[in-house]
Design a protein. Sequence first.
Length: 163
Amino acid sequence: MPKKTLAKCPRIVLTTTLNEIKKHRPCRSGWETLTESLGKDFNPDEKIPLLTILKANGINDVLWARRAVENSEEKKRILKSFALDAAEHVLYLFEKKFPEDNRPRFAIECAREFLAGTKTKQELAAAADAAYASRAAYTAYAVREKEIAWQAERLAQYLEGEL
């Protein structure tokens, strides 16, 4: 279960504007959904909380819109904390397949500690390298499973005279 990394922090509202979003060339459907929800008289320089975009457009568009938010330490902390929560939320899938491999969990914990100021960049980089190696191993495993399934299907086609 993800830790509540922002519970101790005061509420910080990340915002953007329609003009800032427009600079990043949004997709047509996302733009239309957002502008329709804001209304035709909405000032394009008025601040829009990302929460408003999330409610109007959904998770994919709000994650895309983060690029139109002014860079700040708060923005980085919130988005990195969210990314860690999201990774931790699905970590059980990896651990189910590879119960002995703790590199991804260690990397998530190290990243949280780095955000809290208790780990160095070097420690974070080492944990990230380990997690990347773990990801590569999992990818190879996943591809292997798909390849074996394809080979079995293909062989069956030959044996059944389909090819």
